[in-house]
Design a protein. Structure first.
Length: 268
């Protein structure tokens, strides 16, 4: 896809390959390149394909950064396949629900997230070439990057046009780097966050918020100079608190949207 920077430079992005103007094509790691108003080079913030050998940036809350590939998630595909016949596949909320359930089942929840970085080698180790997100299967240690990456491949397997996005967010005024997905389905557009589910009728449900086409295009742009701060509020059952999240925080342009309810097209 082709994008235009504020200075007029044309940028062409194909998967994890990027070309700025007349410069040579190079591969970039998928990672946050705009964090709370600060630009950080060397990354593409979104990925529109199905992960295979691409490098994904995994960042801890303490600033540790490693790179990993998706690895073997064939079990997750089988899990998802077993659920698809139980839902209305025309309902984006129900599709997001089975993706959330599959990701939870694949990684085993959140009970061991303090050990997450122990499953990766630092980038200055030769062994880091074998870092794989799939190695966290069943560990309870996966966080947003791992969950969004697996969600990306599951969503693509369902025929949904999706992007994995890594950017700065503010969550109840706390700043962090976060990973989530952007969806286009049946002519409508959504943010889907598999790490921060919403509580509806006493049950954990996917946090999914409808956005307009312009917001989708701005959020899904992989280069740092394009974006829009998008705020969603919901109740998080895992943390037992009301949560207000601003995705792609720090942009000059901003918008507020509502999370979706359990019924198709119904907003909370």
């Amino acid at each position: 896809m082709e994008y235009t920077c504020k200075d007029g430079t044309k940028v062409i992005v194909n998967g994890d390959e990027v070309q700025y103007g007349e410069s040579a094509v190079r591969k970039n790691v998928i990672g946050a390149n705009f964090i709370h108003g600060t630009f950080r080079g060397g990354y593409l913030s979104t990925f529109n394909g199905c992960f295979s050998d691409e490098l994904i940036n995994v960042e801890s809350g303490l600033g540790d950064i490693v790179s990993a590939k998706i690895g073997d998630i064939s079990v997750a595909y089988e899990m998802l396949k077993s659920k698809i016949g139980t839902i209305d596949s025309s309902n984006i909320f129900e599709l997001a629900q089975i993706v959330l359930e599959t990701v939870d089942d694949f990684f085993g929840g959140f009970d061991n997230i303090d050990e997450r970085m122990n499953y990766y080698y630092p980038d200055d180790f030769v062994e880091s070439e074998n870092n794989k997100i799939s190695d966290l299967k069943g560990t309870g240690a996966a966080m947003c990057v791992e969950r969004a990456a697996v969600s990306q491949n599951l969503l693509k397997s369902l025929g949904i046009n999706s992007f994995m996005k890594i950017s700065g967010i503010t969550k109840n005024n706390n700043k962090e780097v976060h990973s989530y997905n952007l969806l286009e389905y049946d002519g409508r557009f959504y943010i889907f966050d598999s790490s921060m589910p919403s509580l509806i009728n006493g049950q954990a449900n996917p946090l999914i918020a409808e956005i307009d086409r312009e917001t989708f295009d701005l959020l899904s742009a992989p280069i740092s100079g394009i974006g829009i701060s998008t705020t969603v509020s919901h109740y998080n059952p895992y943390r037992d608190i009301d949560v207000t999240i601003t995705y792609d925080s720090g942009r000059d342009k901003s918008i507020e949207v509502n999370s979706l309810g359990e019924e198709k097209g119904k907003h909370l």
